[in-house]
Design a protein around this ligand. Sequence first.
Ligand SMILES: Cc1cc2nc3c(=O)[nH]c(=O)nc-3n(C[C@H](O)[C@H](O)[C@H](O)COP(=O)(O)OP(=O)(O)OC[C@H]3O[C@@H](n4cnc5c(N)ncnc54)[C@H](O)[C@@H]3O)c2cc1C
Length: 272
Amino acid sequence: MPLEVRTTSTLSEAASLLQAERTARFLAGGTLLMRAVNEGDVSFSTIVRTTDPAFGRMRAAGGRIELGAGVTMAQILASRELAFLHPVARAVGGPAVRTMATVGGNLFAAHPYGDFATALLALDARLQLASGFGVREMALEEFLQARERGPRQLVTAVSFERPSDPTAFRFRKMTRTHPKGAAVVTIAALVPASGGRVSAARVALGAMAAQPIRARAIERALEGRPLTAEGVAAAVAAAAREGDPPTDALASAWYRRRVVGVVLRRLLLGEV
Ligand SMILES: Cc1cc2nc3c(=O)[nH]c(=O)nc-3n(C[C@H](O)[C@H](O)[C@H](O)COP(=O)(O)OP(=O)(O)OC[C@H]3O[C@@H](n4cnc5c(N)ncnc54)[C@H](O)[C@@H]3O)c2cc1C
């Protein structure tokens, strides 16, 4: 089937095209979309792409970080200001994938992918969404919860607060193949401490549900506790009750529930 590629010079034109043609798909880095094309997916016959410079723009210097949805993992790895996100970007595929894979595309990547989205969830990111009617903001968590049900929208940018203490941001991905396998479990956490005790932690889990999720039982169990073996024990126990992990070729749901607490304990205690 012929495939039409429409290139727009602005994000708003791209959003209007996507809205007008419900089966059109947006092309970012193409690491997933072009694979679908090559595998003969005929559910769409139009691809929309944009050359709008805003799509790949980063504002990483200040307290509020803004990443255009077209920013790639390689761009993040090249930014000194985003050093705290380098372990996250490095966890996405191999070097060839990272050259193309975008922040926005990661928000749509189905299980077991979505490592960057998991980190953004722990950072409480907000999205800018464009439609033919204009631009609106939405919390990433709300977006992910509705991702499978809602209409496809164009994500133009992502923004979040820079952690005041970069060491409070933690990320760990467990895989079966190294160095670039897909996730058995991914955990991102922001664990600010005040007087040696955790205050207002945010923890997100990847590969523990159909999409990345906030782990509220873990967050509650960490509140007011020190990051010691004893202090994190309740959070580690709570981890097995979070989410609804899928069974796939990488791991069973049972295994994911068994292992998530182990990964969480290592992440919180800084163990290898
Ligand atoms: C070999 C290989 C290894 C991989 N390893 C990992 C991994 O370890 N971790 C991981 O998380 N992912 C991995 N991925 C998946 C993928 O590369 C990443 O998730 C990547 O970030 C997707 O971004 P993209 O720009 O390539 O998306 P695309 O392929 O361009 O798009 C993917 C989907 O998202 C939609 N989309 C993209 N951008 C937008 C936007 N701004 N607004 C609206 N819709 C949009 C597209 O229409 C399409 O449906 C891997 C993929 C491959 C092929």
